[in-house]
Each structure stands twice: as structure tokens, then as C-alpha cells.
Write a protein that binds this ligand. Sequence first.
Ligand SMILES: *[C@@H]1O[C@H](CO)[C@@H](O)[C@H](O)[C@H]1NC(C)=O
Ligand SMILES: *[C@@H]1O[C@H](CO)[C@@H](O)[C@H](O)[C@H]1NC(C)=O
Ligand SMILES: *[C@@H]1O[C@H](CO)[C@@H](O)[C@H](O)[C@H]1NC(C)=O
Ligand SMILES: *[C@@H]1O[C@H](CO)[C@@H](O)[C@H](O)[C@H]1NC(C)=O
Ligand SMILES: *[C@@H]1O[C@H](CO)[C@@H](O)[C@H](O)[C@H]1NC(C)=O
Ligand SMILES: *[C@@H]1O[C@H](CO)[C@@H](O)[C@H](O)[C@H]1NC(C)=O
Ligand SMILES: *[C@@H]1O[C@H](CO)[C@@H](O)[C@H](O)[C@H]1NC(C)=O
Ligand SMILES: *[C@@H]1O[C@H](CO)[C@@H](O)[C@H](O)[C@H]1NC(C)=O
Ligand SMILES: *[C@@H]1O[C@H](CO)[C@@H](O)[C@H](O)[C@H]1NC(C)=O
Length: 265
Amino acid sequence: MTRINTHFAAALFCFFSFSLRAMSQASQMLIDCNQFDNVTGTSSYLSNRDTVLSTLRNRSSIGSYSNATAGLSPNTIYGMFLCRGDLNRTSCSDCVNATTLEIYKSCFYHKSALVFSNECIVRYSNFSFFTLVEDIPNTARFSPRSSFDSPQFFNRTLLEKLDELILRAPLSLSLPVPYFVEDQEHVTQLEGSYYLHAMVQCSPDLDPRNCTVCLRFAVKRLSECCSHAQFARIFFTKCLITFEISDLQPNVTSLGVKKGESHYI
Ligand SMILES: *[C@@H]1O[C@H](CO)[C@@H](O)[C@H](O)[C@H]1NC(C)=O
Ligand SMILES: *[C@@H]1O[C@H](CO)[C@@H](O)[C@H](O)[C@H]1NC(C)=O
Ligand SMILES: *[C@@H]1O[C@H](CO)[C@@H](O)[C@H](O)[C@H]1NC(C)=O
Ligand SMILES: *[C@@H]1O[C@H](CO)[C@@H](O)[C@H](O)[C@H]1NC(C)=O
Ligand SMILES: *[C@@H]1O[C@H](CO)[C@@H](O)[C@H](O)[C@H]1NC(C)=O
Ligand SMILES: *[C@@H]1O[C@H](CO)[C@@H](O)[C@H](O)[C@H]1NC(C)=O
Ligand SMILES: *[C@@H]1O[C@H](CO)[C@@H](O)[C@H](O)[C@H]1NC(C)=O
Ligand SMILES: *[C@@H]1O[C@H](CO)[C@@H](O)[C@H](O)[C@H]1NC(C)=O
Ligand SMILES: *[C@@H]1O[C@H](CO)[C@@H](O)[C@H](O)[C@H]1NC(C)=O
């Protein structure tokens, strides 16, 4: 599973978000702080934010998700983190700690912040976003396939696999890592054989129905960016999807025969 990380160095990157927001990318993180909601003056808002982030950091070595709320209205702060389900606790905690530092660096005076890193999401806001499914912001990281493409890979093999996992995800809320399912399968088709590794995950604050809704958003996004990718990871604020093709063995006979009529790179 850790295999997947090695692809990030070469991964392409895109980020869809609210148009009025400032975004920056630091050490593979995507930081989204709202420029137009600076906290002014000395505010209990900032100390509530610090409490929330500290609580999240402290809980990050216990599980893959936590939420926290601090302060009285109108200075209440809501926060959460979500780690990728395939991380161990140390890695999750490392990620949440590093991401929190990045929030302090980039978003200190901001009323809300959301950071996607490779491995986790950390977020705080002045409104309660718990239980809500959202389609923006989101991120896609992917690396293109080099030697092999198959017209049926995306529409058949991958979508069928993801459909299967998306049916299972909402049923797995009570597992040790809630709402997380992954699968690896060896696939043989005309163009070659390969391993297909796939995982889907929802944030546990969603109900099962909204978990499905979120994953469907992510599949749509995947079909827009990544149908010819070898590796892709889509992060929405409340769910994520990853797939990777590995140990690809192209069918040399088939490639030789079909080269002239291929429409794929
Ligand atoms: C908010 O603060 C940042 C720096 O912390 C500054 O660059 C930005 O212009 C401020 N925005 C507003 C609307 O005051
Ligand atoms: C987090 O843990 C540290 C060290 O144990 C502690 O000082 C701090 O008060 C904790 N934060 C919260 C919000 O409980
Ligand atoms: C957690 O995962 C990281 C990265 O894969 C690895 O380096 C580390 O040894 C693991 N730690 C434990 C306690 O399993
Ligand atoms: C992350 O920070 C918390 C609180 O500061 C600390 O308890 C925890 O050990 C840190 N995790 C790692 C992996 O360093
Ligand atoms: C959160 O802050 C924004 C920007 O200052 C404000 O428009 C909004 O009303 C606040 N929401 C809540 C629930 O306080
Ligand atoms: C599902 O998400 C929608 C859209 O964010 C939200 O309005 C609704 O309350 C959520 N449903 C539940 C049961 O949490
Ligand atoms: C998948 O199917 C859709 C609609 O049926 C089509 O537009 C798209 O080109 C197909 N993609 C591939 C890679 O064959
Ligand atoms: C917040 O976390 C607590 C456990 O710490 C959990 O019982 C609760 O359901 C969570 N709330 C949401 C909205 O995720
Ligand atoms: C490889 O391609 C050839 C020619 O298209 C085909 O006859 C053969 O069955 C393919 N092999 C596999 C393992 O799919």
C-alpha cells in the first residue's frame, strides 16, 4: 500500500476551489484560506481555533478521524481531521501535526482554513460543516500511464471495481477504520495484465447516504481528469478515492497488432 506514495513526486496536480480564495502549495499540501474573512483585533476566536487544532493534534495518534468544537457563539470554532485509512497511527499523527503547522504558517489570521495533504485533511471553520457533503473544494493528483492504454480500462474495469467498493463503504462505518474499503485484483485483458489497487473512504461524520453521494462526486471528478492515469487520488473534503495500476505486463502481440489504430497515448 505504501507503494502508492512513491508516485507523488511525479504526480500532476490540480485543484478546484472557490474562485475568491487564496491557495498555495507548500510541501505537497494544498492550503485554502479564505482571504476575505480575516479575524480582526484580539479575538477569542483565535484562542478557540488554537484549542481546536491542539485537540485535533492530540487525538491524531488515536484514530483516523476526529472532530472538535470550542468556544461560545459567535466565536465558536469547528474542526476536524481525516487521515487516509491505509496509514498507521504514527503516520496519521505526523500528517496532522505537520498540516496544523502549515495552517499556522499560512492561515494564521483566517476565520477558516482547509488543508489537503497527501495523507490527511485538516480543517477548521466558524460554521459547523459536520454531516454536510460538499463538492468543492477538491483535489486530484495523478500520473499518466506511459506504455499501456485500454479503451475498456476506465469504463469497465475501474468503474466496476469502484462501484463495488462504493456499495461496501457505507456499510463499514463500524470497522476500526470507518468507511474505508480497499481492494487489489489481478486483471488480465487483451492489452495486457496488471494489478489494480483501489480504495475508497468517507469521513465518519457523513451518514451512509451522503457517503455514497460524496464518492459519486469523486468518481465523476476522476472520469474528468484521470481516465488515462496510472495512478490517481481524488480528495474531496469528506471522501477520497485512489486507484493505481502496477506490475503492468503489456501484451506484446496485441500491441504489435493494434498499434496503427490506437487512439491512446
Ligand atoms: C487578510 O490577511 C492577509 C495576511 O494575513 C492579507 O494578505 C490580506 O490582504 C488580508 N485580507 C483582507 C481582506 O484584509
Ligand atoms: C494537548 O496535549 C498537550 C500535551 O499533552 C496539552 O498540554 C494540551 O493541553 C492538550 N490540548 C488540549 C486542547 O487538550
Ligand atoms: C508507519 O508507517 C510508516 C510509513 O509507511 C513506517 O515508516 C513506520 O515504520 C510505520 N510505523 C509503525 C509503528 O508501524
Ligand atoms: C503530534 O502532536 C501531538 C500534540 O502536540 C503529540 O502528542 C503527538 O505525539 C505528535 N505526533 C507525532 C507523531 O509526533
Ligand atoms: C463565519 O464568518 C463569515 C465571514 O466573516 C460570516 O459571513 C459568517 O456569518 C460566519 N458564520 C457563522 C456561523 O458565524
Ligand atoms: C447530507 O448532505 C446534505 C448536503 O450537504 C445536507 O444538507 C444533509 O443534511 C446531509 N444529510 C444528513 C443526513 O446528514
Ligand atoms: C467511457 O464512456 C463514456 C460514455 O459512455 C465515453 O464518453 C468515454 O469516451 C469512454 N471513455 C473511454 C476511456 O473509453
Ligand atoms: C464528533 O466526534 C465524536 C467522538 O469524538 C463523535 O461521537 C461524534 O459523532 C462526532 N460528530 C460528528 C458530527 O462527526
Ligand atoms: C494478446 O493479444 C493477441 C492478439 O491480439 C491475442 O490473440 C491474445 O489472446 C492476447 N493475450 C492475452 C493474454 O490476452
